[in-house]
Write a protein that binds this ligand. Structure first.
Ligand SMILES: [Fe+2]
Length: 441
């Protein structure tokens, strides 16, 4: 009997294996998975490590780093030429956390500025250690975002990062699932070291995914201990009371980071905050609105199907009425682009939805999509890669998706020109329509 079942199982596995991948380009032969990476320490215990930067307000940058020693100074020295630090800052905070038997190093968060737009700064953390440099984003168009979710730390992650870093961009946006530490805290440190060459050069603006939750009954009920300590985002500046959702403006773009794993119903703080945040957007100042959220609201992959449905039902109307231009999600380890959608139907006034959860994590790709493909899904493929959004001006932006063909080369497998709602006559944001009617009276 057992033999009969095992033959049946073998047959099913073989059948699954032989199913066509509905979504790979026919000429593309997919490379195999690659092993996980553990990046160990390479500097002395007093030196800063895991350096990364993030935007704070219009012209400030938060510099974050970790030291093993508890008593290192929280200072950032910086200037516009190498080795010449004519400014310094000690404004910020430091923290550390415990997770069972793990004690984190000292996590320093120091804000520097004001900084000029589109300018390179050289900096040093804690008064010693190596020099780093970053470029600030421009104050106006054009601006280019690199966008990738579900990064993890495998050799595919390393090649995705290399591809991202090989061509200039201004800001990296990450819709959740960073380290895949999943409570193994040293993996957060390893992730910090792996991304440092990129995250110390350009601001990384992130939101959380399920792999950041790390709750444990009674002891760590609220979760996000490592994430909130290590990846502090500028939530206070946008009136949010939680590091788990916030917004920021950069060069004519209003970017909203939502939280899939925080309450989102109509009575929740996140909902009220989002409503207020959208109402404040001035399309004259930020013609583009982009939203990032971990769990996709639209998804034709069999992985995580329907998981974003309750959040979509709660918040979709807010985004629709505000005429959000694009919603980027992660979670599903594949790439998918939808047309403009509202309430499951193509709608010229709805956002374009994209899933970009293909950074290179250890769980592998989400290979099977619904078949036949629903008409609102325009392009889908289960491959690792990353996206680029170049916003040229108030009206036009170019989106491209770059598949990791091999570790050392990429292929632009999908692209699209976008037109902003700010330039649209037929799809004005509801409150602006209201304003227009008032003006006419
Ligand atoms: Fe996820």
């Amino acid at each position: 009997m057992a033999k009969k079942y095992s033959s049946l199982l073998l047959f099913l596995l073989l059948l699954l294996d032989s199913l066509p991948n509905f979504n790979a380009s026919p000429e593309y032969s997919r490379p195999p998975p690659r092993p996980a990476i553990f990046a160990g320490p390479t500097r002395s215990k007093s030196e800063p490590e895991q350096v990364h930067i993030s935007l704070v307000g219009k012209d400030h940058m938060r510099v974050t780093w970790i030291t093993s020693h508890k008593h290192e100074t929280s200072i950032v020295e910086y200037g516009t030429s190498p080795g010449n630090y004519d400014k310094s800052s000690m404004t910020g905070e430091r923290m550390s956390y415990r997770y069972f038997f793990y004690n984190s190093g000292e996590i320093h968060h120091i804000t520097i500025g004001s900084l000029g737009p589109n300018k390179t700064y050289y900096y040093r953390c804690g008064g010693n250690g190596p020099e780093f440099s970053f470029k600030t984003p421009p104050s106006t168009f054009p601006i280019e975002f690199a966008i990738v979710g579900d990064l993890g730390q495998t050799e595919w992650t390393a090649s995705t990062l290399e591809h991202i870093g090989s061509k200039d961009y201004d800001v990296l946006l990450l819709p959740g699932d960073l380290s895949y530490a999943d409570t193994q805290q040293p993996l957060w440190d390893s992730f910090g070291r792996l991304v440092e060459p990129y995250a110390s050069k350009r601001p990384w603006m992130v939101t959380h995914g399920n792999h950041e939750i790390e709750t444990f009954p009674i002891i760590y009920r609220h979760g996000f201990r490592a994430y909130n300590s290590r990846w502090l985002m500028p939530y206070q500046q946008s009136g949010s009371t939680s590091n788990l959702y916030y917004s920021f403006d950069v060069a004519g773009c209003h970017v909203i980071m939502l939280g899939s794993y925080v309450d989102f119903d109509a009575q929740s703080d996140q909902y009220t905050w989002l409503q207020g945040d959208l109402a404040k957007v001035d399309r004259g100042v930020t013609p583009w609105i982009f939203v990032l959220v971990h769990v996709p609201w639209y998804n034709t992959n069999l992985a995580h199907k329907g998981e974003g449905e309750s959040m979509r039902k709660s918040m979709e109307e807010l985004l629709y009425n505000a005429r959000v231009d694009v919603v980027f999600a992660g979670h599903v380890h594949a790439y998918e682009r939808f047309t403009r959608v509202y309430d499951n139907k193509a709608d010229q006034c709805g956002p374009i939805y994209m899933t970009i959860g293909d950074g290179g994590n250890r769980e592998g790709l989400a290979m099977i999509f619904e078949n036949p493909s629903p008409s609102i899904s325009m392009f889908r493929e289960a491959s690792f890669g990353h996206g680029r959004l170049k916003v040229y001006n108030e009206t036009h932006a170019h989106w491209s998706w770059h598949r990791n063909n091999e570790a050392n080369n990429t292929f632009m497998a999908d692209e699209l020109w976008l037109k902003s709602f700010a330039s649209s006559k037929s799809c004005l944001p509801h409150h602006e329509k209201f304003q227009e009617m008032k003006d006419e009276l």
